[in-house]
Design a protein around this ligand. Structure first.
Ligand SMILES: [Zn+2]
Length: 497
């Protein structure tokens, strides 16, 4: 089933940088999954014409905590047509069967939920987040605690964002949070003990140049030489980061840029240990340089000028991902010079504090923001980033969704839905935007049991009251959110901050 669904050329991880550790992990998982479950499928083609199931060893289906969901339209990633009147069986937190309701063989003793004509998408994934550093509109490393990280992860979950990749401003507190939630999800624990929050991946402390742009004061240790950079990469990998992050930027000419030999040393050191590297970029010339050095993904669009065929060719040749376009970040850079329309949208206000709302609406604060000498440049950066993203998508460069939410004014949860909307405004179809946020994001992470709703995958999904393919803003009509088959509090029902 998996091989059938994975089309050639879509997994663009380079052979030389495929993580050995990941491979070992997945081999173990595959052995676990296939040792425990016997997968059986019938029919051929998309989900519309095939039913698949996996049985729990020799036990009869329904002997666990089986859940049946029915009466919904399934909108899964890739080129699968939506499946109207679908049904799904979830056992031990994973999808065990999904297909047309007419083919459903309900496990005995299952708990059935009638979704009453809803639309179901896989849980959304944000591949550019910053966790736990911001309270109201102030960012400070002192705020980063287990509680603040988990608060953000719960806010994400309430908005249907069930997986996030944190991008380089984490303190070591992140590792026990991540490791404990992975252990809890991996165990055969009862549903009630599964963490009611988004799954987290981390790049730990990203690499920044001494005196240069990036990072967060008190967290990131700047590097000044290739040797220091290599040592810092090794230290991060020893801590167990999922990816390495670097910043290559000069903040509109106001700061020194990381020298080429340091950026090269970071990529080379990480690749030697089969770890992948993600780069913050702004300028086309830096994107070209990093792509040529074999960087694995960009976590922003190129924003200084239109990209050219040379960059596209290099990304194609090196298998570079546009991992995150952060269009909502770019749009937010000029959103707070006046009161943004979303300040009065309950879908936004439910997720933020009263203090935050008050600050966003404060005329004094708006005046300060609008008087920033760079303020007038931001709309053009946004438009350029948006057009560049569309060009890469059209050229067949792999892409996912990321927002850069977390710092002040960039709100976890709300921003991912805004990002979906802006991706559609950039010219993607709603199906492409949802695919970026689900199946493709999981592909980038190497998370083989996330991203789609197929047998053996985790039952992470969002129940919507309206069809997001008709209007991407319907992604906000969240009725319920499930992680590993367990419902978590959702924003429209009092979840969030
Ligand atoms: Zn960022």
């Amino acid at each position: 089933m998996h091989a059938q669904r994975r089309r050639n050329g879509e997994v663009r991880l380079k052979p030389d940088t495929t993580r050995k550790a990941d491979t070992t992990r997945w081999l173990k998982l595959a052995a676990l999954v296939f040792g425990m479950f016997a997968l059986s499928c019938s029919g051929s083609g998309g989900l519309g014409s095939v039913g698949c199931s996996f049985g729990l060893g020799s036990e009869a289906p329904g002997s666990g905590d089986a859940l049946v969901f029915r009466n919904f339209t399934l909108i899964d990633g890739g080129d699968h047509a939506p499946v109207p009147n679908a049904a799904m069986v979830v056992e031990k937190g994973r999808v065990s069967w999904v297909g047309p309701a007419a083919d459903l063989k309900e496990p005995s003793g299952a708990t059935t939920t009638d979704l009453k004509g809803a639309f179901v998408i896989p849980g959304l994934m944000n591949l550019h987040a910053h966790l736990g550093n911001t309270v109201d509109l102030v960012q400070d490393s002192k705020f980063h605690t287990r509680a603040s990280i988990e608060k953000d992860l719960k806010t994400y979950a309430s908005y249907g964002v069930t997986t996030v990749l944190s991008m380089g401003t984490d303190q070591d507190t992140i590792f026990p949070v991540r490791n404990e939630q992975r252990a809890a999800f991996a165990s055969e624990s009862p549903a009630a003990s599964r963490p009611p929050m988004a799954r987290v991946y981390t790049t730990g402390q990203g690499l920044m140049f001494k005196g240069g742009y990036g990072g967060l004061a008190g967290v990131n240790q700047p590097v000044a030489s290739p040797e220091q950079a290599a040592a810092a990469v090794n230290a991060q990998l020893d801590k167990g980061v999922d990816f390495i992050k670097l910043w290559l930027d000069d903040e509109l000419g106001t700061m020194p840029k990381m020298p080429a030999e340091i950026a090269s040393a970071i990529i080379e050191t990480a690749h030697k240990r089969n770890a992948r590297v993600l780069g913050h970029i702004f300028y086309l010339e830096d994107a070209k340089f990093l792509a040529g050095q074999g960087i694995d993904g960009f976590v922003h669009s190129v924003r200084d000028q239109p990209i050219d065929q040379a960059l596209i060719d290099s990304m194609e040749q090196h298998g570079t991902w546009q991992t995150a376009a952060t269009l909502s970040r770019e749009a937010s850079m000029f959103a707070y010079g006046s009161t943004p329309p979303f300040a009065n949208d309950p879908f936004f206000t439910r997720g933020v504090s009263a203090k935050t709302l008050e600050l966003i609406k404060s005329p004094e604060r708006q005046k300060t923001i609008a008087s920033n000498p760079n303020f007038k440049k931001y709309p053009a950066f946004y438009e350029t980033g948006k057009a560049n993203f569309k060009r890469l998508v059209d050229a067949g460069i792999p892409f996912a969704l990321g927002t850069d939410a977390g710092p002040p004014g960039r709100f976890p949860g709300y921003f991912e839905h805004w990002e979906l909307q802006l991706m559609v405004e950039a010219g993607l179809t709603p199906a492409q935007a949802i695919d970026a946020a689900t199946r493709r994001a999981a592909m980038f992470l190497g998370a083989e049991d996330l991203g789609t709703l197929e047998p053996t995958k985790w039952a992470d999904f969002v129940v919507l009251d309206a069809n997001p393919l008709m209007d991407i803003k319907n992604s906000r009509k969240i009725r319920a959110v499930y992680i590993a088959g367990s419902e978590v509090p959702s924003i429209n029902q009092g979840g969030g901050s």
